[in-house]
Design a protein around this ligand. Sequence first.
Ligand SMILES: [Zn+2]
Ligand SMILES: [Zn+2]
Length: 318
Amino acid sequence: MSHATTAAVLITTALAASNGATGAELREPQHPLRRIRAEKLVYEAKSWKGRPPLALLIPLGTATFTLTRETVAGEPQLVLRAHARGGVPGYPLDATITSRLRDADFLQRLSDSHRVKKGYKRRQLRFHERGADYFKHKHCEAPTLCHNPRHLVTQPDGSKAHCRQFDTCENLDHFVWSLRYRHRSGTRMHDLLGALYLSRAFHVEVGGPVHSMRVVNARDIWDVQIHAEKEETVRVPAGRIRCIRIRLKQVPVNEHAQRDEFEGPFGLHGDIVLYADKETKQAVLVRGRVKLGATFQVEVALRERSVELLPPAPRPAR
Ligand SMILES: [Zn+2]
Ligand SMILES: [Zn+2]
């Protein structure tokens, strides 16, 4: 099934979880994410109409990716955030995806997708040892069963009654988290954003083995394969960067995953090509399609990046 959320375009997330041989790489103590205290990557997205030299450039906005560390209820976590802003006239976009991973082993804890424009839409995947539960934030639709006083509105005659404007009401006080689907799987899964970061541990090289991660998005589960095609130096606003050109191939894992509906990094669809910095594995340039009312061919390019490293860990005493 398709998610309009998808419109949460520039945003989202990319490769994902792991199984088999790749699991070890994701957990290895030398994982590149272990060295990072904080990181910020800023991207700009553009599309164009027509062909050069008459092509009309259409700026679509920016996407800002941050990695920070937080302790939640005593548990150190990595917090990944992708915030997209922009859109086109008539189709504004403002959406954030937040992915929380347990620092100790990168186990996915939460994936939260929160769109403000166009139209409020929020959903979560809450992960646990038996899999993950998919929730949507919806207007309460149980006026006869619900006793939440915050859902009451004043009627024309002055009395109070449960709000029944299920489809049009925008009062978030009336919204509740509604369980939509239970994923039950012992296989390690991540949201796309988590997968995008965790895949930095893969030893991706042209002619090398194909790595794969298991990604969950709403009801869909995919195995996302990383095919390294060639090395190439690309020029983006952040500079000239030596990259590996990667083609993402997605294999549906459950019955909900429809091949043409896969939503890749930055909310991109279609044939997705990603240039990853050969050194850091950060995404540098990504091409695909996006739906903002109409469908656009999109290029997302790295504009600036900053990283704050942790001091090297002391060697354990013998
Ligand atoms: Zn209610
Ligand atoms: Zn309401």
